[in-house]
Structures are given as C-alpha cells and as structure tokens.
Design a protein around this ligand. Structure first.
Ligand code: SF4
Ligand code: SF4
Length: 110
C-alpha cells in the first residue's frame, strides 16, 4: 500500500504540466477542482490502493511536488520485502536534497 503526498502549493497545474498524470501507469491522477495559492489546479489521486509504488510521478515531477512512500517504509527497515523499483535518483545533488526534505516533511505530517 502506498502513501502519496501531493504538495499542492508547489504544483504548476495539471493543465500546464500534467507530467504526473502522463507517467502514471495506472492513470490514477485527476485534476483537482480547487486551485492552489498560485491559481493552478494540482492533481489529486483517485484511489491510492491502486498505486504500484513505481515512483514515476515522484521522479518526473519537475517541481518535486509529489512524494511516494511504501507504507511499510515508515515502520520497517527490512529492504528484502520491498518490491522491485524503477530508477530512483536522477537529478542533481540539489534536487536530491530537496526531495529528501519533502520526504521528511511528508513523514512528519503523518
Ligand atoms: S507511484 Fe506510480 S502508480 Fe503510484 S501514483 Fe505514482 S506514477 Fe502512479
Ligand atoms: S508533475 Fe508535478 S508540477 Fe506537474 S502537474 Fe504533476 S504535481 Fe504538478
């Protein structure tokens, strides 16, 4: 089971970007009806239970507005039980630091 956190304030809108929706193999994203503070319509997830934790949305979002966590990550360090994953870190060190910051914030918000 996945926990997907969308940082609505960081998103530049599904209409002008929509990469998360494009790369999701399960087509789980839909456009929110509520604007964020910047006037954009961020994505929402239809059904988190359908998520395969492929992390595509988190990896490809240019604004680091999505964090995907496998729910067991918060409670266990057992790497053996994790499903195979796609590519993880692709960006610059700065991008990686920011992504880690968003992950930490997502964990705190639980
Ligand atoms: S992790 Fe993969 S399956 Fe889950 S919402 Fe993101 S792109 Fe879709
Ligand atoms: S990829 Fe990121 S910035 Fe683009 S619509 Fe999705 S959440 Fe917003």
């Amino acid at each position: 089971m996945a926990k997907i956190t969308i940082f609505r304030h960081a998103c530049k809108g599904v209409e002008s970007c929509g990469i998360c929706s494009f790369v999701c193999p399960k087509d789980l994203f839909r456009t929110s009806e509520e604007m964020n503070e910047a006037g954009y319509l961020p994505p929402e997830i239809d059904d988190e239970s359908e998520c395969t934790v492929c992390e595509n949305c988190m990896i490809y979002c240019p604004d680091l507005a999505i964090v995907v966590e496998k729910e067991s990550e918060a409670t266990s360090d057992n790497e053996d039980s994790e499903a195979p994953r796609g590519p993880v870190e692709t960006g610059s060190p700065l991008r990686s630091d920011k992504a880690r910051g968003n992950r930490a914030k997502a964990s705190k918000d639980e």
